[in-house]
Ligand binder design. Structure first.
Ligand code: FAD
Length: 414
C-alpha cells in the first residue's frame, strides 16, 4: 500500500497540469490514468491556446441555421436523434445560458482564468522543455457573409473593454497573413494574442515528464475503484492500492461515470468532435489556426499535417462514430485552402466535456471531504489546463490565489 498527499485521477492536459502544479508546491502526488498520458481528448484538439475567449460557443438563434441542423445539412453541427430526449434538459439549459445577457455575464466571469492561459502554458513549457511546440502567431477567423461579421459587434465591444487587441481585416489583409487562403470570404478577424501548439500530445507528455522529474508518481489504474479508506481515499492501481487525503477528479468526459457512482449528479454532457489530417496541395501552407466561421470547421498546422477539426455532434459519448460532417464541409474547405490528400485513413473522435453554462467546475466536490473537481472544460480545455492547475493547486494548498474561484463552484448546479 502506497501513500501520497494527493491522487489526481486522469492524465489529460487538465489532470497533468494540476499534478505538476501540486508537486511544484511540495505536495506528493500520484497521477493515475487507465490509458497513456494525454492520449484522449487532450490529444486530438485543434491546439489553440485561446486566452482571448470572450463568448463561449452558443446555442444557434438563426432560424436558417437551426433548420439546416435539424435537416442534417449543416456542416457545423450534427446529432443522433435517439440521443435528443436524454439531452433535452441540458440543451434547454444551454439555450437559456446563450441569451445575450447571460453570455455577457459569462464572458466577465471567465475572463480572469482565460487571461492567464497563454502565460501559464508558456511558463510550464519553459520548465518542461516544450517551447518547440508553441506558436505565438495568433488565430485567424474568416467570415463569408457580411451578416455574420456584423453580428460580432458585441464581441468587439467587450474585447475593447477587456483590453484584448484584434484586427478586423478585409480579404487582402487576411491573405497577407495567410497567402494560401483563397478569396472566398469577405471579412476576417485576427486575434494576435492567441497562441497554438503543433502537437498537443507532445505538450501534455512534456508536462508529465516534468511532473515525474520533480518526484511525481505515474500509475496505471481505473479511477472507478475510488473508495473511502479511513479519513481519506483509496484507488486501486496495477501497482496496488494508493491512499491519499485528497483526490482530484480530472477525468474529462468520463468524470460523470465516477461521480454518479458516488451519488454526485452534475449536468456534464459531451459535444463530440472529429479530426482528420490532410496534406496541402503544392506549396500551400498555414502559419496559424484558421476558422471558417460559417461552415464551422477549423484547419490548423500540426506536425502530422493540416488538422481539420469539426464543430459539434450531439450524441452519446460511447456511440459509434458518425463523421458525416466531413462530407458536408470538405467542399467548403477546398474552396478556402488547397486541401490535398489525407495523410492516413484515421478519423479521430473526441468528446468535449461541457456544462450548460460553458464554465468548468474547479474546486471542492460538495459534501465529500478531500474530493476536488476539475472538469467540464468544454471547447477550451487545452487552453485552460495550466491556469486550472494553478487555481486548484492554490485552493488545495491554502495558498491565496490570484484567481477568483467562485464562478467555478459545483454548488451552482445543486
Ligand atoms: C474536435 C475538438 C477540438 C478541440 N480544440 C480545442 C482547442 O483548439 N483548444 C482547446 O483549448 N481545447 C480544444 N478542445 C477541447 C479540449 O481538447 C478538451 O477540453 C480537453 O482536452 C479536456 O481535457 P481533460 O484533461 O479534461 O480530458 P481528457 O484529455 O479526456 O483526459 C481525461 C483522462 O481521464 C482518463 N480516464 C477516463 N476514465 C478513466 C478511468 N475510469 N480510470 C482512469 N483514467 C480514466 C482518460 O484516459 C484521459 O486520459 C477541442 C476538443 C475537440 C473534441
Amino acid at each position: 500500500m502506497a501513500r501520497t498527499d494527493a491522487i489526481v485521477l486522469g492524465a489529460g492536459i487538465v489532470g497533468t497540469s494540476i499534478a505538476l502544479q501540486l508537486v511544484k508546491r511540495g505536495v506528493s502526488v500520484a497521477l493515475i490514468d487507465r490509458a497513456g498520458v494525454g492520449e484522449q481528448t487532450s490529444y486530438g484538439n485543434a491546439g489553440i491556446i485561446e486566452g482571448n475567449t470572450i463568448f463561449p460557443p452558443a446555442f444557434p438563434t438563426d432560424s436558417g441555421a437551426l433548420l439546416r441542423i435539424a435537416l442534417k445539412r449543416a456542416s457545423e453541427a450534427n446529432y443522433h436523434l435517439a440521443f435528443l430526449p436524454q439531452a433535452l434538459p441540458w440543451l434547454l439549459a444551454f439555450r437559456a445560458a446563450s441569451a445575450p445577457n447571460r453570455l455577457a455575464e459569462t464572458a466577465r466571469l471567465i475572463r480572469p482564468l482565460y487571461a492567464r492561459a497563454v502565460a501559464e502554458h508558456e511558463a510550464l513549457m519553459v520548465e518542461a522543455n516544450a517551447t518547440q511546440y508553441l506558436r505565438k502567431t495568433g488565430w485567424l477567423k474568416v467570415y463569408r457573409s457580411s451578416r455574420s461579421f456584423s453580428a460580432l459587434q458585441p464581441e468587439f465591444d467587450l474585447a475593447a473593454q477587456f483590453g484584448l487587441p484584434l484586427q478586423a481585416l478585409d480579404t487582402a489583409g487576411a491573405q497577407a497573413l495567410e497567402p494560401s487562403l483563397n478569396p472566398v470570404f469577405a471579412h476576417a478577424v485576427f486575434w494576435p494574442q492567441a497562441a497554438s501548439v503543433s502537437n498537443p500530445l507532445g505538450v501534455t507528455r512534456a508536462y508529465a515528464a516534468r511532473f515525474v522529474a520533480l518526484g511525481g508518481i505515474m500509475l496505471s489504474g481505473d479511477a472507478r475503484s475510488l473508495h473511502r479508506a479511513g479519513q481519506g481515499w483509496r484507488v486501486e492501481t496495477d501497482e496496488g492500492g494508493v491512499d491519499a487525503r485528497d483526490v482530484v477528479v480530472a477525468l474529462g468526459p468520463w468524470a460523470g461515470d465516477l461521480l454518479r457512482s458516488l451519488g454526485l449528479r452534475l449536468p456534464l454532457m459531451v459535444k463530440r468532435g472529429y479530426h482528420r489530417h490532410f496534406r496541402s496541395d503544392g506549396n500551400a501552407r498555414l502559419s496559424r489556426p484558421v476558422l471558417d466561421a460559417g461552415p464551422g470547421y477549423l484547419i490548423t498546422p500540426m506536425e502530422q499535417g493540416i488538422r481539420m477539426t469539426t464543430g459539434v455532434e450531439f450524441a452519446a459519448r460511447d456511440a459509434a462514430p458518425t463523421p458525416v460532417q466531413f462530407e458536408r464541409l470538405l467542399p467548403k474547405a477546398r474552396e478556402l485552402f488547397p486541401v490535398g490528400e489525407r495523410v492516413d485513413d484515421k478519423t479521430w473522435l473526441g468528446s468535449r466535456p461541457c456544462f450548460p453554462d460553458s464554465r468548468p467546475v474547479i474546486g471542492r466536490a460538495p459534501g465529500f471531504a478531500g474530493l476536488w473537481l476539475a472538469i467540464g472544460h468544454a471547447h477550451w480545455g487545452l487552453t485552460l489546463g495550466p491556469a486550472t492547475g494553478r487555481l486548484l493547486a492554490d485552493m488545495m494548498t491554502g495558498t491565496i490565489s490570484s484567481f477568483d474561484a467562485a464562478p467555478y463552484r459545483a454548488e451552482r448546479f445543486l
